[in-house]
Each structure stands twice: as C-alpha cells, then as structure tokens.
Design a protein around this ligand. Structure first.
Ligand SMILES: *Cc1c(COP(=O)(O)O)cnc(C)c1O
Length: 389
C-alpha cells in the first residue's frame, strides 16, 4: 500500500529503483527486539540480505549484532561501527585474507565449517599470536522444507561439519592451541515458513548438546542461525513476521544448560518487507497465449525469480482500476535482459496495463539490491528512502 504522494514521487523518479520504507523497517526491528528480549536471546543481522549503509545504521541502532559471510561483510560491519564483539563470521570458503582481517579486528566468533578450516584459522592465529574464538557449524541434517537452493542443513549440502566427523574435529581441537571453542552453530536454510522445521532443529540441537556434555565439553553459546520466512503473497496484511511464535518455539524446545546464551542470525525477516523494486512498463506485447508486460527492471535488479523461481507480488500502481467488465487481464511480466529466465511472473493478474505504468515488485528488501548485477552492461539501480522524500 502506497500513498498517492509516494506514487507521484515514483512517477517522477527515473526507474528502476529500490524504495525502502524506513518506518516498516523500524516497526519490524522494534517487534523483533521486544520478542527476543523476553528470553534474553541475542540477534545478529545477516548482512548478506541487504547491506545498504542506511539500513545497516538503522539496524545497528536497535542494538543488534552482525552476521557476515565474507571478509568484505566483516569490513562493512566494522565500518558501520557494529562492535567487534557483536560480529560473527560464517561461510564454507573463508580465504586467508578474510580470516586475517577478522583476526585483526578480534571479532566475536568464527563459525567454522570444516576440519581443514579450523587448522587454517589456528595457523593464522598462531602467526598473529591471537586466540580465535570459534563455533563449530554443525550440519544437523534437518530439512528446512524450502526451495532446494536455499536449503543448507542436509547432509547433501556443502555447509557445516557432519555429525559423524565430530569425534575427529574434537580430537583435532585439542591440538589447535590458538582456537577457543565457544559455541555451536546451525543454519538450516532460508524462507522457512513451516515452523516445525525449527522445532526439529531444536530437538536435534538437544541431542548434539548431549553428545558434547558426554564428552565433557562446555558450550557457552548456541547459535541457531536464521531462516525465518516472510509472506511474499500478502505483504500488507503480514508485514511483520511472527517473531513472537518464532522465539517462543526456541524458548520452549531448546534445552539450555546454565548460563548458555542463544544467538540468532536473521536476514530476510528483518529487511524483506521494507523494500520494493519500482519499475515502469516499457512495452506491452501480444504473445501467442499471453500478453507480455515488458518492464525496465529485470533479473539484473531482482534476481530471485530467475535464480530460484521466487514469487514477488506484482502491482500496477498507475492503474488500479479493473477493466469495464470488472476483469483483470493476464500478463507475463518480464524484464529486458536477454535470457528467458528474466521473468518476474507468468499469467499475473493485473488491471489493463499500458506503456509508462508504474509497477511495484513487493517484498524485495532482502536478497534484492545486494544480488543486483551489471549483466548486459546495465546501470545499477539506485535506492530511495521513505524519510528522504
Ligand atoms: C544467509 C544466512 C543467514 C540469514 O538467513 P535468512 O534466511 O536471511 O534469515 C544466517 N546465517 C547464515 C550462516 C547464513 O548463511
């Protein structure tokens, strides 16, 4: 839902661009904070969902940490003044320069994904005479019931240390004198809407914890990752994810040891609903069985539909009237890029649509602008913010 003032601003701004509703972001963060604080849970924001400075500064102002998956994200978090003791660093392929940078800044924790990675971090920490805090990212073999490209916690996925490797990893840790094990880390996937997946994760974490207790290893931190999904179909009615149920579930099902802290790494749930990709219709073209609405935005601005068949709600903001016989027409809404996967939606119901109409692609604040590319030598889309209009 956009006010007429905002729509007229859209009409006079060169398209395509990202529009961020700062109020929605702040309301989301307030609710997130209130619900996680009830249980003393610690939340880190996954920078990879959206790393715009303005967005990061707002998130940081809610006393939320940073979850990074590359050296440049760690650098960005440091530059945006997230406290080093609130920065975690995950990723299956951390290179030496990235590890060294994070060591230099004494971040809270490396979430380590393999035995060889532990060895490399230890060696680099020895050279710097530092102790690296590490958590073991364990592959819990729990199905997230989401798209297969964003499922990360199954044994067939590249992420994390598998359960059968734990003995070897724990043995090796005894020899890595510059590593300090401070936690266990899990992340089973993204856009998870079936909360049973999180319940399964909790139960698996409990089993794994028992293994560590039996091995007399004390674990201070349990990091359960991110993945809470958002409603791409009803962005106006379900603007803020159900954080209350989500956090309560972990409170109810995780068996914690005394003084153990629980960490979360949410990305999408924080920024998805505050962002919209705004574009214009360039052409309407009749196909064999369909009409094409060809937009000036494409997979270069918003890659999710092409990458994993993701759904984004598409709205015509110029013409919200139905046709005379009260019908919507069907359009294949596509971009200008020379790829057939450059399609935002097939047989989308829209009121009759014309060249020049403003089209909104909703729920694009996470994994939208950050994934944009210059393919076809396209210009990068700009961002505008609701409080700067
Ligand atoms: C991507 C990612 C997240 C965030 O996932 P969302 O679905 O955006 O909440 C958290 N932790 C790790 C390790 C990730 O790779």
């Amino acid at each position: 839902m956009f006010s007429s003032i905002i729509i007229s601003k859209f009409k006079t701004t060169p398209t395509p661009f990202y529009y961020y509703d700062v109020e929605v972001l702040k309301q989301t963060l307030s609710k997130l904070k209130a619900e996680s604080d009830k249980y003393g849970f610690i939340v880190h924001y996954a920078l990879k969902a959206n790393a715009n400075n303005k967005i990061l500064n707002i998130i940081k102002s809610f006393a939320i940490g940073a979850d990074c998956v590359s050296g440049n994200e760690v650098k960005k978090a440091v530059e945006c003044k997230f406290k080093p003791e609130h920065i975690v660093f995950a990723g299956v392929g951390k290179n030496d320069a990235e590890i060294n940078y994070a060591l230099d800044h004494s971040i809270f924790c490396f979430n380590c994904e393999s035995l060889q990675e532990l060895e490399v971090i230890n060696t680099l920490a020895v050279t710097k005479n530092k102790i690296a805090h590490i958590a073991l990212r364990i592959n819990p073999n729990v199905n997230a019931n989401t798209h297969k490209y964003i499922t990360t916690g199954l044994e067939e996925n590249k992420f994390g240390i598998n359960l059968w490797e734990l003995d070897a990893v724990v043995d090796a840790l005894n020899g890595f004198k510059n590593l300090k094990l401070i936690g266990l880390h899990f992340h089973i996937g993204s856009q998870i809407t079936d909360l049973n997946s999180f319940k399964s994760l909790c139960l698996r974490v409990n089993e794994i914890q028992t293994w560590f207790i039996n091995h007399k290893i004390n674990i201070e931190n349990i990091n359960v990752g991110g993945g809470l999904g958002v409603d791409y179909y009803e962005p106006d009615t379900n603007r803020i994810p159900d954080f209350a149920t989500y956090f309560k579930l972990f409170h109810d099902f995780l068996e914690l040891r005394p003084n153990q802290k629980v960490h979360f790494e949410l990305g999408r749930a924080i920024t998805a609903q505050c962002g919209t990709l705004i574009s214009k219709v360039l052409y309407i073209k009749k196909g064999v069985n369909t009409n094409f609405a060809i937009l000036d935005a494409g997979m270069t601005e918003l890659m999710r539909p092409a990458l994993y068949q993701a759904y984004h709600k598409i709205e015509n903001l110029s013409n919200q009237q139905l046709t005379t016989n009260n019908q919507q027409l069907k359009y294949d809404v596509v971009g200008p890029i020379c790829e057939s996967s450059d399609c935002f939606g097939k047989a989308v119901n829209l009121p009759e649509t014309f060249r020049g109409d403003i089209i909104a692609l909703r729920t694009a604040g996470a994994y939208g602008e950050v994934m944009s590319s210059a393919y076809n030598l396209r210009d990068r889309a700009k961002a505008i913010y609701s409080d700067e209009i």
